[in-house]
Design a protein around this ligand. Sequence first.
Ligand SMILES: [Zn+2]
Length: 154
Amino acid sequence: MTKKTSPLFPDGLPEDPNRSNDPELLALIKAFPRLFRGEQPRVWSHVPPGWAGIMRKLCGDIDALLSDAQARSFQVQQMKEKFATLRFYWSADFRASPKHAATVTELDRLVDLARADSAVTCYECGAPGKLRSMGGWLSVRCEAHSGGHAEVQQ
Ligand SMILES: [Zn+2]
């Protein structure tokens, strides 16, 4: 057997930059087949270790909310941290569903709740955290993961 490599990439093709090897994300993809269908979100995603419980609860709440028909059009677009709090982007076409407006309202509420949780939960470990300026960027950290950076007064 010979191994073929592209001359541009003598060590083999680089990994698809849209794929994440984040173990927490891979666990969610496996745990919620109706939401992910075994696939990565469309846009590069990351589940911070300290927020894995929040993300798992959010996925569980969404999974419980959606009917099978609604779940068929649902797609997780991206999950990540942005400006120190959790982001969860999704798309769906619920127009065929008689309760589509109520479902969208409830989805927005669940995502807002998860974002509020992330604002007081350490990004690294899940302990209670506070928004800190980490010397150039903002992050929610517990005392142990603060790196000595002070809380941002809001
Ligand atoms: Zn921590």
